[in-house]
Ligand binder design. Structure first.
Ligand code: SF4
Ligand code: SF4
Length: 306
């Protein structure tokens, strides 16, 4: 157990909380770094796969992006793409970026990946996207190609203690949530499942669920939490989402992408998208900052164990 780093994360979070609550400081807590827009999959909800018009950030640009986030006071970082494992530059690979961020002083580094590559860099946690059972996931994320088995194999081969599944709920997969949880319970390498909702970044498509359609699903998740301990969404955050009581856009997170810094995400300013935002992690963090007991317990689950 990495007691020293966990202590630093806890001290950083408490000091952030005090500065925010007592001095009204609005600095971000978490930073996202988008290192590329390329991807080896082609998910229905995404338009970045195989884009050739947006080049990967160079190593020097990544260094600049990390420095920008660090200078904003951010110490909790996630790295994403596209698919971040595809990023290379000469001798540099994703692992070098993680090491660079660590040397710079980031305390917690997470990777968002589609799971089709071995989970072999020294990040503190991996969020692996799976959007349903095998057939549905393959249809939604790879136009029918079987990527599910490969992803599960990569997870099972990994000895990393912090592998979390990111399940984005949409019209096509909401009926599989229960069976999916059942299946993931049997895979010991999976520490938890975090549920998001599909966000209509590109308009109201066949995957979109409106607020009315989301409500019974959130109620199901609240009940399922009693049965499946791997569900990481906290009860308070789910209840707030159910009652549409979560602030968005949020000033808790900044994202560095295409050499620009964005508050919350790149959809900032599109009020209709924000109204239907499905990125539920912000609701979690908001509740941690409100000192909700079960959101804090849920957040502790993300701390590195090694
Ligand atoms: S895995 Fe991620 S980046 Fe790749 S196509 Fe799917 S949503 Fe887009
Ligand atoms: S859609 Fe809006 S609220 Fe959601 S992450 Fe993006 S900017 Fe934030």
């Amino acid at each position: 157990m990495n007691i020293e780093r966990n202590t630093q994360i806890i001290i950083y979070s408490i000091s952030y909380f005090l500065k925010r609550k007592i001095f009204g400081q609005k600095d971000p807590l978490i930073g996202g770094l988008v290192i590329n827009e390329r991807c080896n999959l082609n998910c229905k909800q995404c338009r970045v796969s195989n884009r050739k018009d947006i080049p990967d950030l160079s190593y020097m640009e990544i260094r600049k992006g990390l420095r920008t986030l660090y200078d904003r006071g951010i110490r909790l970082l996630y790295i994403e793409g596209g698919e971040p494992f595809l990023w290379t530059e000469n001798k540099y690979q994703l692992g070098n970026i993680v090491n660079l961020a660590r040397r710079m002083g980031f305390l917690w580094i997470s990777i968002y990946t589609n799971g089709t590559f071995p989970l072999d860099v020294s990040a503190d946690s991996f969020f692996v996207s799976l959007d349903g059972l095998k057939k549905t996931n393959n249809e939604l994320r790879a136009r029918g190609r079987n990527i599910f088995d490969k992803i599960i194999r990569n997870i099972q081969k990994s000895s990393h203690p912090n592998i979390i599944i990111n399940f984005t709920i949409n019209q096509k997969n909401e009926c599989e949530i229960e069976t999916f949880c059942e299946e993931m319970e049997t895979i010991k390498q999976i520490k938890g499942i975090f549920f998001n909702f599909h966000t209509p970044y590109y308009g109201y498509d066949e995957l979109f669920l409106d607020t009315r359609a989301k409500r019974p699903i959130i109620r199901r998740l609240l009940l399922l939490k009693n049965k499946y301990k791997k569900i990481l969404n906290s009860k308070t955050a789910l209840e707030n989402i159910l009652n549409n009581k979560w602030e968005r856009p949020s000033d808790i997170c900044f994202i560095y992408a295409n050499n620009n810094l964005y508050k919350c995400c790149r959809a900032i300013g599109k009020s209709d998208v924000c109204k239907n935002c499905g990125y539920l992690m912000y609701a979690e963090i908001e509740n941690v900052l409100k000192l909700s007991r079960n959101s804090i317990i849920s957040a502790i689950n993300y701390l590195p164990k090694k």
